[in-house]
Write a protein that binds this ligand. Structure first.
Ligand SMILES: Nc1ncnc2c1ncn2[C@@H]1O[C@H](COP(=O)(O)OP(=O)(O)OP(=O)(O)O)[C@@H](O)[C@H]1O
Length: 229
């Protein structure tokens, strides 16, 4: 579904990503690991058309996305959920969902409430009054009502309490089971072990390690070495 082939990305003269390859199929979760500054955000921005990809290619469902406008990429069904949990704080949970709802979406607001019972409980609350975990849920829910073909989640569990992290893990697994592929930037290996089918580790803009879900357990030490500050 998504295929990156020898992607080289730049900010002006700074060469940031070097020959990055990865693929993501329907119903899969691909985790992207790497310490701060390793190039994870640049990889997401390359896919979303926000940085200059000077060499290599990016395809989604066979269509070339390399250096296409973000607007066209979003139109293809790639939906980016940023780390800052982009929601409307002055609107209620329900209003946030209705404002993003695509009438042709496979996801009704009730489907969302079944997947996110906590959002149902909080549906009249203002977006700005939600906890960090609830805001993250709402950000994912808003992406879903827009009927995405693929989700890109940027550090969805960062700064959340363990019990909320578990809820987010369940949500990711439930979305995965509907067939929607997910590209997940995540620093927490334990989360990756629970939800990811495969992973890559970035270091100074290069893929230095990749593997399956099983490898996340078998190669924990090696992975932690790349994540250590
Ligand atoms: N707008 C920019 N202009 C120039 N260099 C940049 C820009 N944004 C990021 N970089 C550089 O690109 C490299 C990769 O940064 P990137 O933000 O992709 O890393 P990251 O793995 O997402 O880190 P973090 O977890 O801190 O977000 C870093 O060396 C960073 O300094």
């Amino acid at each position: 579904m998504l295929e990156l082939n020898s992607v080289n990305s730049f900010y002006g003269k700074s060469h940031i990503l070097f020959d990055v390859n990865c693929t993501l199929k329907r119903g899969e979760v691909l985790a992207i690991l790497g310490r701060n500054g390793a190039g994870k955000s640049t990889l997401l921005k390359s896919i979303m058309g926000l940085v200059d990809v000077r060499d290599g290619s990016i395809h989604f469902e066979g269509n070339e996305l390399t250096n296409t406008t973000s607007h066209r990429i979003a139109h293809q069904g790639l939906c980016f959920v940023p780390e800052n949990r982009d929601i409307f704080e002055i609107l209620s949970v329900e209003e946030n969902l209705y404002i993003s709802h695509n009438p042709a979406s496979n996801w009704s607001i009730n489907d969302i409430y079944s997947l996110f019972p906590r959002l149902k409980e909080r549906r009249k609350n203002g977006g700005g009054n939600l906890s960090g975990g609830e805001q993250q849920m709402l950000a994912i829910a808003r992406a879903l009502v827009n009927d995405p073909k693929m989700l890109i989640l940027d550090e969805p569990t960062e700064g959340l309490a363990p019990v909320i992290v578990e809820e987010i893990e369940k949500i990711i697994s439930n979305v995965r089971s509907t067939g929607i592929p997910i590209l997940l930037v995540e620093q927490n290996i334990s989360v990756c072990r629970k939800v990811a089918d495969k992973f890559i580790v970035l270091e100074q803009g290069q893929v230095v390690l990749e593997g399956s879900n099983q490898d996340l357990s078998d190669q924990t030490e090696k992975i932690e070495h790349y994540l250590a500050v």
